[in-house]
Design a protein around this ligand. Structure first.
Ligand code: ZN
Length: 176
């Protein structure tokens, strides 16, 4: 199975923007707002291209070994871990749910931090929403992306050719 340390070019273009097919997929499938998808820029944490404020943000959110991605404003920072196309899709979908919420809720960060004081990371309402789409637990059938890929392959339309091999492997292993 092919793995890469950056998202495949059919998901993200050279400027770190989501491609048209991926934007269309995430809007249609999960109702994520078109502007939040269009305006998001994905930046690699390790490439040394971060400005001071971005670097500071990555440091306080401990984006090193513990975090695979984090969001700030219209940016998503990701670590250059090896991932399969399907894993990249899960990660992108997860973080884009946060980007959608950030645009929709003025007090997103305040609410997130306040909830985080009283409950565990996975129980924060924003994380529950994101994991509902993106949970990658093997054999788990409840996450929205898994169900969608299995039940409505047509809906994955333009994306399907790129993740087909991995998807059919998972289907034959009964993982999806
Ligand atoms: Zn999250």
């Amino acid at each position: 199975m092919i793995q890469s340390t950056s998202p495949p070019e059919y998901f993200l273009d050279q400027n770190g923007r989501l491609t048209q097919p991926l934007q269309l997929f995430l809007t249609t499938a999960f109702g994520l707002s078109a502007p939040s998808l269009k305006e998001t820029v994905w930046v690699s944490f390790e490439e040394g291209q971060l400005n001071t404020i971005d670097r500071w943000w990555c440091r306080i959110t401990k984006l090193d070994r513990t975090f695979s991605a984090t969001v700030k404003g219209n940016k998503v920072f990701y670590s250059k871990k090896k991932r399969t196309p399907l894993e990249w899709l899960y990660l992108i979908a997860h973080e884009q749910v946060h980007r959608h919420d950030i645009d929709a809720e003025y007090f997103f960060y305040l609410k997130y931090i306040t909830e985080g004081v009283f409950t565990s990371y996975r129980n924060i309402s924003a994380e529950r929403r994101a994991y509902a789409i993106s949970s990658l637990a093997p054999g788990k059938e409840t996450d929205a992306l898994t169900l969608l890929l299995r039940q409505k392959p047509k809906m994955t339309g333009a994306l399907l050719p790129y993740i087909k091999e991995e998807l059919s492997q998972r289907l034959s292993n009964k993982m999806v």
